[in-house]
Every structure is written in C-alpha cells, then in structure tokens.
Design a protein around this ligand. Structure first.
Ligand code: ZN
Length: 131
C-alpha cells in the first residue's frame, strides 16, 4: 500500500486520543490481511503510544505522570516556550509498530493506539503504512 494519513484534532494542551479505529479503517480500505503496520506522527510536540483503553483514568494518569517528570516551567532555553512538550514527545516516541494478522491489528485486549498531544489544542497528522 501507499502511505495513508488522517487528521487528529486535539482539544486541550495535553490529551491522549484513541486512534485505533482510524488505523483499523485504513487496513480495511487497503484490504491488508497480514504484515506490519507502522504508525508515525510527523510532529515534535506530539507522539504515539500503545496503552490501556478500558479505564480513561490511565491516559489521564500517564499525562499527569509525564507532567510530574517534565515540568512546564524550568530553566529551558528554547525560545518558543514549549520545551516540556518537545521532551515528552521524544520520550514517548514518534512511531509505533503493530503486527496485522487476518486483517486485524494484533493488540492485547486492553491495548489501543493513542495519539499523544503535548502542546495542543491543534490539528495534527498521523501517517500509516503497512508492509
Ligand atoms: Zn518548540
């Protein structure tokens, strides 16, 4: 398949948005039966991760934990004032890889793919490709 992309709109400064269904839709459209699905965010203050989808307190706690580790204000030098968001994006990472079998993403029962916003609200892009 050729690379696909979709937009994600965040509504607050920090947010985790479940993008699993959007990725699944691309697999269905492209009729991908098996392979490796790569999800990538082309941003320096956003990321993608896999974590629990059942309890919404988990994404909230992840954001709180990251905020505790990397405070918004510190002796940062970056003029734009969003260094905490850049650091969080690097820690969490710009991509995830998920196996595809029988046309489905191979994820654990409680796992989802989350787009992680660290400097919202903004409209962002997510790229998806399958090999
Ligand atoms: Zn910046």
């Amino acid at each position: 398949m050729t690379m696909k992309q979709f937009s994600v709109r965040s509504h607050s400064q920090f947010e985790m948005i479940d993008i699993t269904d959007a990725v699944r839709s691309i697999l269905k459209e492209e009729k991908i039966q098996s392979g490796i699905c790569h999800v990538f965010v082309p941003h320096t203050t956003a990321a993608v991760t896999i974590n629990e989808n059942a309890d919404p307190d988990v994404p909230a706690d992840i954001m709180m934990g990251l905020d505790n580790l990397i405070p918004l204000k510190d002796r940062y030098r970056h003029m734009e004032g969003n260094s905490a968001a850049h650091i969080k994006a690097s820690l969490v990472g710009a991509s995830e890889m998920v196996f595809v079998e029988n046309g489905e993403l191979v994820l654990g029962t409680w796992q989802s793919l989350f787009f992680c916003e660290f400097d919202g609200p903004r409209t962002r892009q997510v790229y998806v490709n399958c090999l």
